[in-house]
Ligand binder design. Structure first.
Ligand SMILES: C[S@@+](CC[C@H](N)C(=O)[O-])C[C@H]1O[C@@H](n2cnc3c(N)ncnc32)[C@H](O)[C@@H]1O
Length: 168
């Protein structure tokens, strides 16, 4: 399952590239028409129409997922939503399931690039609760939810891909 599929553009690419997976899109309801349009333009048999999912809401899907993926959401959500995302994602994963978080990250208070520092500034000017998150704070949320860090991949354009595994 993908949290915060956005336009759906990434989902159609992933579904096509990863035919061994069923790719379940999700987002807030206001993004569904755009996701459905991308799916309609680039259909894949393994790509599912979006489910309505607000990470902080009570009604999470009653399904156990092998893996949950989310890109560029942690710096957009309020911190309490990021907390909810980790707790609920962990409870929706089977044991040894993976939670994959893509996006920019700060380490020991430092941005990984000047462009990320400027991006963080723009985010906070737009909406006060937004901003690039601190790796240690994210990792603590993960540990509190029984998710252990397997990998922290360096990605293009100063992004990271954090891979967590649910241990129980
Ligand atoms: C910057 S967009 C990223 C979209 C896409 N994943 C990408 O990388 O292009 C942030 C996404 O987070 C979603 N989002 C924000 N708050 C959310 C919440 N409380 N629950 C679920 N999704 C949320 C937005 O609707 C939006 O699709």
């Amino acid at each position: 399952m993908e949290i915060g599929s956005g336009t759906g553009q990434h989902a159609v690419w992933f579904a096509n590239e990863l035919p061994h997976l069923i790719w379940q899109t999700s987002d807030l309801i206001e993004n569904h028409s755009g996701i459905l349009q991308w799916i309609s333009d680039y259909p894949s048999t393994n790509l599912r129409a979006p489910i309505s999912l607000d990470v902080a809401a009570e009604d999470w899907p009653n399904t156990e997922f092998d893996a949950i993926y989310t890109a560029n959401t942690a710096h957009i959500m309020a911190w309490h939503e990021v907390q909810a995302m980790f707790q609920r994602a962990a409870s929706s994963l089977q044991t040894n399931g993976l939670f994959c978080l893509y996006g920019p990250m700060k380490y020991a208070g430092e941005f990984t690039s000047e462009s990320n520092r400027l991006f963080d500034q723009r985010l906070r000017e737009q909406v006060a609760h937004r901003g690039i998150r601190e790796f240690d704070a994210i990792n603590k949320l993960a540990m509190d939810a029984n998710l252990i860090l397997l990998d922290d991949h360096d990605m293009p354009a100063n992004n990271r891909l954090l891979i967590f595994e649910k241990i129980s």
